[in-house]
Design a protein around this ligand. Structure first.
Ligand SMILES: CC(=O)SCCNC(=O)CCNC(=O)[C@H](O)C(C)(C)COP(=O)(O)OP(=O)(O)OC[C@H]1O[C@@H](n2cnc3c(N)ncnc32)[C@H](O)[C@@H]1OP(=O)(O)O
Ligand SMILES: CC(C)C(=O)C(=O)O
Length: 559
């Protein structure tokens, strides 16, 4: 018989009663929540090497730059580094007047007193006290009944008030977290919070923050949203309560949980940049904020230089951000596969600066995050013509006709298949150069002269005289036609059928060159392209014709 490890897990069901009159599923998010960064506390406490004061300061300054107004700066009673850090912020006057620092403490008198002491002299400070309320913690960690846990929270609140009273110069506020709210019976969590609120003396002038952590993410996000809506409906004095959420990402759904929680009534979200934090991390505030952005809601946070934010987080956390991390990872604005590249290229070509964003496969304009378009498309063996053409156009100004894109993508494919590696824009150009522009054997152009005369039918007759190299030989040729190219082809006296022709300028001012793409058939061959670049468009077209002929010859076409 197969063993069944799943049999040892009991699913958490928050409600015994019916909650089918929930309203959050038909709500939408219309404004940003209050953001609280806990990078310097929950993020920091989970690091292999906790941040030094120097790293914490750098992170703090960047959080201010991003626009956070609430920043949890540490657990000052837990370590001297955290205490000193808070003191540095206050003593060096580094906290702007509109920013509140938050400090976490357990509900223990010595720790609470030390926490308040750390904040002496601050303009705005919030003490954040927590105690676990979930059944497993009541049973295993605290060995307390529900009533004892409630009384414990109330006693802690009383200690917080007393500690705050010692520093009247501080504009204090209070946050209480029934830790592990995620697996606490909702009615019990509410009864604890109501008791804490009564002790705090909640009023319009003295609001309280109830932070409802998914300390361990325990359910699908819809159930967390149910818990939040239920809490919002039943908590006393709702208008004077700021309901906050603090989702962790154990099930990988913290972002969804936070978003649904806001739909369910939460006013505030605590999390970390790029999902730093205990175990699988806290909810990622960058993803949440930029998700809002793509719904047409400004998050009130500035991520216009996302790479700088990432560098700070990586430096301070000493942990890398994953290359596929939403919005910021190295590879998220990069398309390797052909159809994606094709659609992105077409999207960029059609996107107007003043129109809503509509580039396929890119949910956000990389430029809004300070990312560059150049890195959008990369080419490897999974790539098609779209990406290759994009690189040539963007990095080298070459706008290949569609059939040439298809032809050239085979040359790239040969290289990427052989090497198994990615090719960048310069490597693509090198291959293009070798494949088309350096095709000067056996035929090459030495010199030419064109004259035109009246053809007697109201048009012009072009006469071309040229010196052509053929291997080591020099051949003098002459031909006529109704245009310079037809005169050149006449002069070559080869079985050429001219199929297609494109030209455009590259560069500007004195550096302008002309590029010419010709497609022709030689004898009974299939069609093939040649490309020429020259200051003079006519010379470019002759080079293109010779490039096409030489490529046919190299492909084994005999004439
Ligand atoms: C979910 C979260 O992230 S909560 C934040 C967690 N972060 C941290 O704990 C980081 C910093 N913590 C620390 O450095 C230490 O735990 C300290 C300094 C706070 C306390 O240290 P100690 O006094 O040595 O206690 P210890 O770390 O062993 O914690 C366990 C004790 O705290 C008690 N405790 C745990 N949480 C709380 C709480 N919220 N309120 C009151 N007591 C608590 C436990 O019941 C246990 O008590 P016991 O020793 O009487 O059995
Ligand atoms: C202290 C609380 C808010 C916490 O960090 C958690 O429950 O994860």
């Amino acid at each position: 018989m197969l063993s069944n490890p799943a049999s040892k897990y009991i699913p958490f069901k928050p409600f015994t009663q019916d909650f089918s009159d929930r309203t959050w599923p038909s709500k939408t998010i219309t404004k940003p929540p209050i953001w609280m960064s806990t990078d310097l506390r929950d993020g920091n406490q989970s690091l292999i090497e906790p941040m030094s004061v120097e790293r914490k300061l750098r992170f703090f300054k960047h959080l201010l730059q991003i626009g956070f107004k609430e920043i949890e700066v540490g657990f000052p009673s837990a370590s001297q580094t955290d205490f000193d850090f808070v003191r540095t912020l206050i003593d060096d006057n580094l906290i702007p007047d509109d920013v509140t620092i938050i400090v976490l403490t357990q509900a223990r008198e010595d720790l609470i007193n030390r926490t308040a002491e750390a904040c002496a002299g601050a303009k705005n400070a919030m003490i954040h006290m927590y105690n676990a309320t979930a059944p497993a913690f009541r049973k295993i960690v605290f060995k307390m009944t529900q009533d004892e846990v409630r009384d414990f929270a109330v006693a802690g609140t009383r200690m917080v008030k007393a500690a705050m009273a010692k520093y009247p110069e501080v504009n204090w506020s209070f946050e209480y977290s029934p830790e592990v709210f995620s697996t606490t019976e909702p009615d019990f969590a509410i009864s604890v919070c109501n008791a804490v609120s009564a002790e705090w003396g909640t009023s319009a002038e003295r609001k309280i923050i109830f932070n409802l952590p998914a300390t361990i993410e325990a359910t699908t996000p819809n159930l967390y949203a149910d818990q939040i809506e239920y809490f919002c409906r039943h908590i006393n004095d709702r208008e004077n309560v700021i309901v906050s959420v603090h989702p962790h990402n154990d099930r990988g759904t913290a972002v969804a949980a936070a978003e649904l929680a806001v739909m369910a009534g939460a006013d505030r979200i605590e999390g970390c940049l790029f999902g730093s934090g205990e175990r699988t991390g806290n909810v990622d505030l960058v993803t949440l904020a930029l998700n809002l952005y793509t719904q047409g809601i400004h998050p009130g946070l500035d991520f216009s230089d996302i790479d700088a934010v990432r560098l700070t987080a990586e430096y301070c956390n000493q942990l890398p951000v994953h290359p596929r991390h939403p919005y910021v990872g190295d590879l998220v604005f990069t398309a390797f596969s052909g159809s994606h590249q094709d659609a992105i290229k077409k999207g960029f070509a059609q996107q107007k600066a003043d129109q809503p964003w509509e580039v396929p496969y890119l949910p956000i304009d990389p430029a809004d995050l300070g990312r560059s378009y150049d890195a959008v498309i990369r080419v490897n063996s999974q790539s098609g013509k779209g990406g290759i053409a994009y690189l040539l156009e963007n990095e080298h100004g070459l706008n290949l006709p569609r059939r040439l894109q298809i032809e050239f993508s085979r040359a790239i494919q040969r290289v990427t298949d052989e090497t198994g590696t990615e090719v960048n824009g310069n490597a693509v150009f090198d291959i293009f150069n070798k494949e088309y522009l350096q095709q000067n054997k056996p035929w090459h152009l030495i010199s030419h002269r064109i004259t035109s005369s009246d053809n007697g039918q109201g048009g012009s007759l072009f006469t071309l005289e040229a010196e052509l190299g053929y291997g080591e030989e020099v051949r003098k040729v002459k031909g006529h036609g109704d245009g310079s190219i037809s005169a050149f082809i006449d002069a070559l006296n080869l079985p050429i059928r001219f199929m297609d022709y494109h030209e455009h300028a590259i560069g500007s001012g004195e550096k302008t060159n002309a590029v010419c793409y010709v497609e022709l058939r030689l004898g009974e061959s299939g069609t093939g392209f040649g490309v020429g670049i020259h200051k003079d468009i006519v010379t470019a077209s002759f080079h293109a014709v010779l490039s096409a002929i030489n490529r046919h010859i190299h492909a084994g076409i005999t004439i």
